[in-house]
Design a protein around this ligand. Structure first.
Ligand code: BG6
Length: 498
């Protein structure tokens, strides 16, 4: 049997996002960002925004994924708990956190920039030195341990001022604000950061939190995306002009969708569902709108505000790598709800062959190999697995130690599929960053009890706890995995290959 091995250059590590980890929302002139107004929630009641209307009426979004009344602005209501404001205080623990990840053997660390730490409103001409220094400290800490920083420039949020005054990404002027952020980052971190992600999960953004507009509909989704495509392309072009030896990607929510049956209609339906992701990636990876975009836009009744020169911008700013999140797979059949509301690619059906997590997410390790191949076949550019991992309820003992054998099994199953994609399918995979490597606040529900990490954080759903960091059993398994280049990952007898 042929022995399968990971390349020595493969980047291994974990990732987090500013609003789920940093805290310190009032530090050094940081401005408010749309995700600051999101309350805590739970599995039955996802996180929701609180807002205020021009006449002073306060309200709460009926459910996540709903429009806000016209004129609504994000508002922090003292009657609610907002987990992102303090999160797990990564801002104050980053040295210890990065050290623990480095000692585990990490070679990459993914984090995101909080735009309002640099530009509190988003419209200023110069970045705040305190904000630049904040991220410089994190980057330098990584480099001290030879850990490659992977920087997400914008992770599902926008400065509250741009949301309230500009309607966020519906306004073309937001592109220039984003480019000021990029320019400040590139100027300061040139020579230190090689891997950049322009936007997180750009194919699943909508509404106030991510786009900064009160609407939650197809029009804002696609118009907002057009402006983000331009912003990303201009950032990529500028980044390559300002820095040597850098690579740009964007991140796509890429959990695969399978046809539920071999009925031709189901298979065709699946192809159409996949295009809800490809629509975004095709423009950014290839540099132009694909033919089927016209059909989608006509069906949605959306006319894009394309101006002279936009096509050239898209052509000149294509991405260097594809990065993605993959937590689960879904199925679709002709009876599924379709067209998908607001391009929400997650609202597809589950799979009768797969077990699910406590949060109902189907567990499908092979989906990783599937998506890696699918993406590489399509674009022939390197791929980065930016998010994958298991959100579970971890039971810590009296010392805070968690025996998360289920997470170890999850990692083993998924790593084997990555190894096959690399060794058997010859996909060029740059690296893997496990999501929520240090326990953090869940994006979807705002809970702490949905834990992803190798490192436990002593904090509960209401923010109580010491915030002490304690390595879990999976941390030690991962340490062995990384120091032996995967020797503790069994070889398989019959890797699936045609
Ligand atoms: C991705 C996001 O969609 O999913 C992360 O980029 C998020 O920010 C992750 O945390 C997992 O989702 P959740 O709801 O379990 O936090």
């Amino acid at each position: 049997m042929r022995k399968l091995e990971f390349p020595k250059t493969f980047l291994w590590g974990g990732g987090l996002a500013d609003f789920q980890a940093e805290g310190g929302y009032e530090e050094s002139g940081r401005g408010l960002t749309t995700l600051d107004f999101v309350t805590s929630g739970n599995i039955d009641q996802p996180r929701r925004l609180t807002y205020i209307l021009p006449d002073g009426t306060k309200g709460v979004q009926p459910a996540r994924g709903c429009a806000l009344p016209e004129g609504a602005r994000g508002y922090i209501d003292p009657d609610y708990y907002y987990p992102s404001l303090h999160a797990v205080d990564f801002a104050f623990h980053y040295k210890e956190d990065i050290k623990m990840l480095a000692e585990m053997g990490s070679s990459v660390f993914r984090f995101s920039i909080c735009w309002t730490r640099l530009f509190p409103k988003g419209i200023e001409d110069e970045a705040l030195e305190a904000g630049l220094k904040f991220y410089e400290n994190i980057i330098d800490e990584c480099l001290k341990y030879k850990v490659e920083p992977l920087v997400t420039i914008c992770h599902d949020e926008i400065p509250a001022y741009l949301a309230d005054e500009y309607s966020g990404w519906l306004n073309r002027k937001t592109i220039d604000c984003y480019l000021k952020l990029c320019k400040a980052l590139f100027k300061r971190f040139k020579g230190k950061v090689k891997y950049w992600i322009t936007f997180n999960e750009i194919n699943s953004l909508n509404g106030y939190m991510a786009l900064g507009c009160t609407q939650y509909d197809d029009y804002s989704r696609f118009v907002g995306a057009h402006h983000m495509f331009l912003a990303s392309a201009l950032a990529v072009k500028m980044g390559h002009e300002m820095m040597d030896d850098v690579m740009f990607g964007a991140m796509y929510a890429s959990s695969p969708c399978y046809p539920l049956t071999c009925k031709p209609e189901d298979v065709f339906m699946q192809m159409q569902v996949r295009r809800r992701t490809w629509y975004f990636a095709d423009v950014m990876m290839r540099g132009y709108y694909p033919g089927y975009a016209q059909t989608i836009l006509e069906e949605k009744g959306v006319t894009l505000p394309i101006e002279d020169g936009d096509e050239e911008i898209l052509r000149e700013g294509t991405l260097d790598f594809y990065s993605f999140s993959c937590y689960r797979s879904t199925t679709v059949n002709v009876y599924s709800e379709f067209p998908i509301k607001g391009c929400d690619i997650m609202s597809m059906d589950t799979n009768p062959y797969l077990p699910t997590t406590a949060w109902g997410w189907p567990l499908d390790p092979m989906s990783l190999r599937y998506i890696l191949n699918e993406v590489y076949d399509r674009y022939q550019k390197p791929v980065f697995i930016a998010e994958n991992g298991l959100g579970e309820i971890d039971q810590a003992d009296a010392d805070g130690y968690v025996e998360d054998d289920y997470r170890i099994q999850y990692l083993k199953d998924h790593f084997k599929e990555i190894r096959k994609a690399i060794c058997l399918d010859h996909v060029e995979v740059l690296g893997y960053t496990m999501w929520g490597c240090i326990d953090l606040v869940s994006l979807g529900t705002g809970e702490m009890k949905k834990r992803y990490g190798w490192i436990y954080v002593d904090m509960d759903d209401e923010g109580n706890g010491t915030k002490k960091r304690i390595p879990k059993k999976s941390y030690y398994w991962m340490q062995e995995f990384l120091t032996t280049n995967g020797a503790n990952l069994e070889q398989e007898d019959e890797p699936l290959i045609i």
